[in-house]
Design a protein around this ligand. Structure first.
Ligand code: BTN
Length: 327
């Protein structure tokens, strides 16, 4: 039996039992020695599984909240296409970069890369995205949609709506969207999305959607402390990242499908209902001029319609807007 599959089998036996299983029972069921069982228990513990052992009773899986690996991410995944090919890496430069490398090798639509840690996680506008191990969900997926490049912004809106809905459903928190695609709780950011694409002849070759969610982060770097929060900070307890990931992927797939079926109209009502930017004062910087107004709606191409103080309405893109009252 291969090392990994034997260890996974021990794990499955532990998962399938509500009570302690003796070392003898495990070794009988697996056809391996008790010392081999002990070796796998130790390996599983070092991966973060909390396994209790009691003399004369055996082993019991107590908790797997801290664990992120391919098996936990794939087990029970309810998507149709997203994550049917899933790559899990302990560390990588950036999951967006890894998906681009896989795309160059003809990876299929829906390929997902998840990493425990990113060394050079990328944020929007050339910023760095801090991605330490054990704290967040850092992942990217590959799409090969039949769309012109102008429609990619909507995919990002749909992904933001999906993350927002998943967080609301999984944690009960009042997550909202800061246009275009940050997910916030209160006035602080919990999730950012970076979409990159390559296009030719007015057709998307592929798009990479990268999502970073602050899940179990307890402390942020001083420069982002006032703007960032995590689900653990907001709920007061650690969250199982693998389970949340599967909920996120399910919702993200649903809203991207909805967007692709009915381009803008499919997601706009729900998106608008959860968008914290609508109804707020915003500042727009366009070229050398700056103007202020009220964000009133989302346009058909995903831009923000802002009613200026002189009564006229302009459609603006994300690089041009800051929202008052949110970071
Ligand atoms: C933002 O600036 O708000 C976007 C942040 C996007 C971060 C995610 S983490 C997973 C993926 N890989 C990256 O390098 N960036 C995105």
């Amino acid at each position: 039996m291969k090392e990994n599959s034997a260890k996974d089998k021990v794990l499955l036996l532990l998962k399938g039992s509500n009570d302690y299983i003796s070392g003898e029972e495990l070794s009988k069921r697996m056809g391996i020695t008790r010392s081999a069982i002990w070796k796998y228990i130790k390996a599983l513990r070092s991966e973060g599984y909390e396994i209790d052992s009691v003399t004369n009773k055996g082993y019991k899986l107590i908790n797997s909240t801290g664990v992120l690996n391919a098996m936990e991410l794939e087990e029970g995944l309810q998507t149709k296409v997203l994550g049917k090919r899933l790559v899990f890496l302990q560390s990588v430069d950036s999951t967006n970069q890894e998906v681009k490398r896989l795309a160059a090798q003809d990876a299929p639509h829906g390929t997902v890369v998840v990493a425990e840690q990113q060394f050079t996680g990328k944020g929007r506008l050339g910023r760095v995205w801090n991605s330490p191990p054990g704290t967040g969900i850092w992942f990217s997926f590959l799409l090969r949609p039949q769309l012109p490049p102008s429609k990619v912004a909507g995919i990002t809106l749909a992904a933001g709506l999906g993350v927002c809905m998943a967080i609301r459903q999984y944690t009960g928190l009042n997550a909202l969207i800061k246009w275009p695609n940050d997910v916030i709780i209160g006035n602080k950011k919990i999730c950012g999305i970076l979409t990159e694409m390559t296009a030719e002849d007015n057709r998307i070759d592929y798009a990479v959607v990268g999502i970073g969610i602050n899940v179990n982060t307890k402390e942020f770097a001083p420069e982002i402390r006032s703007k960032a929060t995590s689900l653990a900070i907001e709920t007061g307890s650690d969250i199982n990242r693998a389970e949340l990931f599967k909920t996120v992927l399910k919702y993200v797939e649903h809203y991207i499908d909805l967007y692709l079926t009915d381009l803008e109209k499919g997601i706009l009502p729900q998106y608008t209902g959860l968008c914290a930017t609508i109804g707020r004062r915003v500042k727009v910087v366009r070229g050398n001029s700056t103007f202020e107004g009220e964000a009133v709606s989302i346009g058909d191409h995903g831009d923000l319609n802002v009613k200026l103080d002189n009564g006229s309405t302009v459609a603006v893109n994300s690089g041009e807007v800051t929202v008052q009252g949110i970071y």
